[in-house]
Design a protein around this ligand. Structure first.
Ligand code: ACO
Length: 375
């Protein structure tokens, strides 16, 4: 039997911190209101030179470093995102080029904040089915670019970031033990961006009416979230042949501390088994679970044999839960100067490779034009 094991992990967040006091300057709100209603104190906001792909690239490079894997050995790059750099092509293709994963396929998954769980299940299925050996799964979003900074009911919630894991084929029965995915598309209007897609393309009128920004019915999403987290986690635990007592660490999507606490209470999970970093990053959408996983590892909360319950929910409405049995040593490796040198060389190689491919494409195009005109 073949299993998909997490052997590398990494995350990246923008350096710019936006505190609640900063948001007080933009809309009629207060640090106290935001902290008590959401648990958020600050979030990271992408700078002008950053985008979903730059954050995803950094997270992927960090995961490859932990896995000690050359980018050339990556078979597939999957990016879960709802804020791609462009409507097309995929962020995954940009990341594949940036990291120099020369022989990897690449595609995006859009399941909003549940995207990382969806991508994880696709990757695990491909590995278990014998199609691939090393798959990079990245959750990356820059929701700050879709937030209406005049709408106090949404702009306080979101932040930017990316998290990545490297899944590797393994004979050891660890890794993804079960996965539950769900969707209720009747809830599209609870959380969505009305304009900018094929139904309502962007026009000056749509922009003037602020329809290109996130619209959300907060109370509706809140109630859905608590129910979805509890139900999906229970189903995933059951389908892994476990009980809730077997779960060592609960890592839910980081949207709101009150959602997390209500769901943990419904599941009777004690606070010491619940991981949250929503206070420092806000809701980073599909990046929140892998970022939280990385920080839980850094905090020494994950070791060989740990059973992790990862659960996402969000726009769609969609949800997903996965039980992961940890299978590798997660203690941080001592810093090795030569490894960062190898990584620098690999990044430069990727830049040179990308430049060479683009140049070759231009030369081919010129040759073809000249051929047609008989020069
Ligand atoms: N500052 C001050 N007051 C505010 C703010 C604010 N930032 N936002 C809303 N209020 C006011 C409202 O106007 C309302 O005032 P009123 O009673 O005079 O009308 C009052 O506060 C209460 O508003 P509610 O919306 O009932 O506040 P609630 O306690 O529900 O909290 C919140 C709102 C934080 C948005 C909550 O509903 C929530 O977190 N919902 C889930 C959102 C979420 O997680 N979305 C992401 C899902 S993941 C994804 O896919 C992206």
């Amino acid at each position: 039997m073949t299993y998909a094991q997490i052997v590398g992990w990494g995350y990246a967040v923008p350096s710019r911190i936006m505190t609640n006091s900063d948001i007080e300057q933009l809309v009629d709100t207060s640090d106290e209101w935001i902290r008590t209603r959401t648990g958020i104190s600050e979030r990271r906001i992408a700078g002008p030179k950053e985008s979903t792909s730059t954050l995803a690239t950094r997270a992927a490079q960090n995961a490859l470093q932990v896995a000690d894997l050359s980018p050339s050995k990556v078979d597939l790059v999957i990016v879960a995102t709802s804020t791609p750099d462009f409507p097309m092509p995929s962020v995954a293709s940009i990341v594949q080029d940036n990291i120099g994963a020369a022989r990897a396929g690449a595609f995006d998954v859009n399941a909003a904040c549940s995207g990382f769980i969806y991508a994880l299940s696709v990757a695990s299925g491909m590995i278990a089915g014998g199609l691939h050996e090393n798959v990079l799964v990245i959750g990356a979003d820059t929701l700050s670019r879709l937030v209406d900074w005049t709408d106090r009911s949404t702009c306080i919630l979101f932040g930017d970031g990316a998290g990545a894991v490297l899944l590797r084929r393994s004979e050891s029965p660890t890794g993804l033990r079960s996965c539950v995915l769900g969707s209720d598309g009747s809830g599209v209007g609870s959380l969505y961006v009305p304009a900018g897609g094929s139904r309502t393309p962007i026009t000056a009128e749509q922009v003037q009416a602020r329809q290109h920004f996130i619209k959300m019915k907060g109370g509706e999403v809140f109630r859905f979230a608590v129910h979805a987290i509890a139900q999906a986690t229970q189903q995933a635990v059951q389908s892994a042949g476990m009980t809730m007592d077997d779960v060592d660490l609960f890592i839910p999507h980081q949207a709101n501390i009150r959602i997390i606490q209500s769901a943990a209470k419904a599941l009777k999970i004690p606070p010491e088994k619940v991981f949250s970093n929503v206070n420092r990053y806000g809701n980073t959408s599909t990046a929140s679970i892998p970022i939280a996983l990385c920080e839980a590892i850094e905090a020494g909360k994950v070791s060989v044999g740990s059973n992790l319950a990862l659960v996402g929910f969000g726009a769609g409405l969609a949800w997903g839960a996965a039980i992961v049995q940890w299978g590798v040593d997660a203690t941080p490796m001592p810093f090795a100067w030569w490894k960062s040198m190898v990584r620098n060389i690999q990044s430069r190689e990727a830049v040179v490779r990308s430049f060479a491919l683009r140049t070759q494409r231009r030369i081919d195009a010129l040759r073809r034009v000249n051929g047609i005109h008989g020069v």
